[in-house]
Design a protein around this ligand. Structure first.
Ligand code: ADP
Length: 488
């Protein structure tokens, strides 16, 4: 029998414990899909205040371990859920993780994020020792865990337990790189020589993600499209040059969907269940959604547009702002759910009341409402400037809510443009990042909606798509095996 692969995830968020975005969905789901394929998985993440508040019974897997954030050598405990077999191990160090948010407030990041995540990264060694776990591959996610590949090469050298361990760094969003002033370099615990062009230095700052890209055995992103885009100046956020030097070791594996959670046939958070064989429940959800947002009932015959999003420049809110007056003038209703940058909070607080009855705005993180939007809207808008993978367009398709997206990254990989004449395709796609191109795609979608037979066909095309985790987990497993075999 083939040897069981041992994989350690190091990650800063995972459902159902703590979430700010798609990373949490991946980190909370992929480990179970990998377990089902026979791998042995453990996940290390911080024990945030948000997790503590959930009052999940925990047992202490190890106590009084020590890790460092440079000169700070501090103790921590490792907690694991008491019930079930969730392979999660939480690093408990309250001074770092017991805060109201994960990374910062809308005003800005926490001042000590370097210390907080250097500590998380360094906790890996003591935790592996305490759990007697010898990983074949450490799978690190985003800048928060990007020091781990650097530590494997430059800090934990000579540690027998990790001597054969390989590292994979997955970039879920290249725009977030973990940048810090150079004066903080001692907190990485790395030799000063690594603050250089071939190490973590980036325009005279510390760049944790860059360190991970340079020293990981392999790098991956969450779609094939994005893995190519990030190697170009347009999408490379200043790291395209570094990424091109690793081109041979860069892979793209698209995220999957947890259909146990996102499925209109079984979803307990929506107004009525439905499936491809019987779409009637969709109308009840549309009604419930319009009521939840206080929209004018007379608009029920119009296509209802939905957005669930972090309120960030990435997500194309300038394009949404540009097309909004036209949509409102034509009585096309739109509901928005999101939190994020303060400037977008202010904008939404201004336009919400202006278009009352047609535009629904909720500035919040509300999982229940997110499910109702997926079920109740007719179309889902994602005019992203860039999109590493994007989950909402895949969720939407399962709910027969047709995506209108920009052709970038994972959106391009997962949404097939509709051909109205043939009745094929799953969404409406535009390429150029402009309001004119966006409104053209919206108009095509609105026209198609008027043709009830065609629209039903597109909805069914969407609902027949299968983005389950199984395929993605298999692709990761293949990559881990190649890494463990020294193939990469
Ligand atoms: P990103 O990771 O860039 O934020 P994704 O589309 O990949 O975007 O994933 C976003 C995830 O976060 C989805 O599961 C989405 O439903 C959820 N989400 C985003 N904003 C909110 C919100 N305000 N309320 C509830 N869920 C949200």
């Amino acid at each position: 029998m083939a040897k069981q692969l041992r994989i350690l995830f190091v990650v800063s968020e995972a459902v159902p414990y703590a979430k700010t975005g798609g990373l949490a969905d991946v980190a909370g789901t992929l480990p179970f899909a990998l377990q089902e394929l026979g791998a042995e998985i453990k996940v290390i993440m911080p024990y945030y205040g948000q997790i503590k508040q959930k009052n999940i019974a925990m047992t202490c897997a190890a106590e009084n371990l020590t890790a460092a954030a440079g000169p700070l050598s501090l103790e921590f405990n490792v907690l694991t859920p008491a019930a079930g077999d969730a392979p999660f191990y939480f690093i408990e160090r309250d001074e770092f993780y017991e805060r109201s948010q994960l990374y910062g407030t809308p005003r800005g990041d926490y001042y000590d994020n370097l210390e907080r995540f250097a500590f998380l990264s360094d906790s890996v060694l003591a935790t592996c020792r305490a759990l007697a776990f010898k990983p074949d591959v450490i799978h690190c996610h985003d800048w928060q865990a990007a020091l781990v590949p650097v530590y494997l090469r430059h800090r934990w050298v000579g540690e027998a337990l990790l001597a054969d361990t390989k590292s994979l760094l997955t970039i879920h969003n290249l725009a977030y790189q973990g940048l810090f002033p150079k004066e903080k370099f001692p907190f990485t615990g790395l030799p000063p020589s690594l603050f250089s062009i071939n190490g973590l230095e980036y325009y005279d700052k510390i760049n944790l993600l860059k360190g991970g890209i340079v020293f990981a055995d392999a790098v991956s992103t969450v779609s094939r499209g994005y893995s190519k885009e990030i190697q170009t100046p347009e999408y490379g956020y200043g790291l395209d040059g570094v990424l091109r030097t690793r081109a041979e070791a860069i892979f793209g594996i698209v995220n999957g969907v947890d259909y146990g959670v996102w499925n209109p046939a079984t979803d307990p958070l929506i107004a009525a269940n439905y499936d491809a064989a019987d779409l009637r429940g969709k109308a009840a959800n549309k009604q419930a959604l319009m009521e939840a947002y206080g929209l004018d009932k007379k608009l029920v015959k119009q296509p209802l547009l939905g957005i669930i999003s972090r309120l960030a420049d990435q997500k194309g809110f300038d394009l949404i702002a540009a097309v909004l007056p036209e949509l409102m003038a034509r009585d096309i209703p739109l509901v928005i759910l999101g939190t994020g940058d303060e400037k977008y909070h202010l904008w939404l607080e201004e336009v919400g009341p202006k278009y009352a009855g047609k535009l629904g705005v909720k500035i919040a993180f509300d999982n229940r409402l997110a499910h109702l939007i997926e079920a109740g809207a007719d179309m889902f808008l994602m005019p992203s400037r860039y999109e590493p993978c994007g989950l909402n367009q895949m969720y939407s398709m399962k709910y027969g809510t047709v995506p209108v997206v920009r052709a970038t990254g994972g959106l391009m990989d997962t949404v097939e443009p509709v051909d109205a004449a043939k009745g094929t395709g799953t969404g409406f796609v535009f390429k150029e990042y402009s309001a004119a191109a966006f409104i053209k795609a919206l108009n095509a979608a609105i026209d198609a909606y008027k043709d009830k037979k065609l629209w039903r066909k597109i909805m069914l095309n969407c609902m027949a798509e299968d983005f389950s985790w199984q395929a993605s987990a298999k692709a990761y497993l293949t990559l881990y095996k190649r890494l463990a075999a020294g193939d990469i």
